[in-house]
Design a protein around this ligand. Structure first.
Ligand SMILES: [Zn+2]
Length: 148
């Protein structure tokens, strides 16, 4: 991972839902949004796409020595979340809002929370984080037969 969460979030234009893009030519969805589809190149037909905000934990780590702007929040957990629609995105995982221990594959949903204040102007940023949501099952799994 080369981009820090702060770098990533500076590029997120919408604060209250995950706005990405979808290529109408091949159906690939992107977050953050892209202008040119990786698969289609000049045949790209991109339009905005609103993600439903559910997915599962792909990997995670707990940060104990954070960047200055996150100091008040340490220790905190960041991870890669695989959205149900496909893209894998980085985000904070709020582990203290659920009694469920998190692990790879834990279901999560997006939530919008205060990030940090910037300088003397006291600006407050809201950005996406993820909270464990064990009740949020993938739609496909409902149709699967249990093999007990
Ligand atoms: Zn495409």
């Amino acid at each position: 991972m080369e981009k820090s969460p702060a770098d990533l979030w500076r590029h997120v234009k919408s604060r209250y839902f995950l706005l990405g893009s979808v290529c109408e030519n091949c159906g690939t969805k992107y977050f953050p949004p892209r202008v040119v589809c990786r698969k289609c190149g000049r045949n790209t037909k991109m339009k905005p796409y609103k993600f439903n905000g559910t997915g599962e934990i792909y990997s995670f780590t707990t940060i104990r020595a954070p960047a200055d702007e996150f100091e008040e929040q340490a220790p905190y957990t960041v991870g890669l979340i695989k959205l149900d629609e496909g893209p894998i995105i980085e985000g904070h995982i709020l582990t203290d809002e659920s009694n469920e221990p998190i692990k790879i594959g834990t279901r999560v949903k997006v939530a919008f929370r205060k990030m940090y204040k910037e300088g003397n102007e006291g600006l407050i940023y809201y950005h996406y984080k993820f909270v464990p949501a064990p009740e949020q099952q993938k739609k496909q799994e409902k149709s699967k037969q249990k093999r007990a």
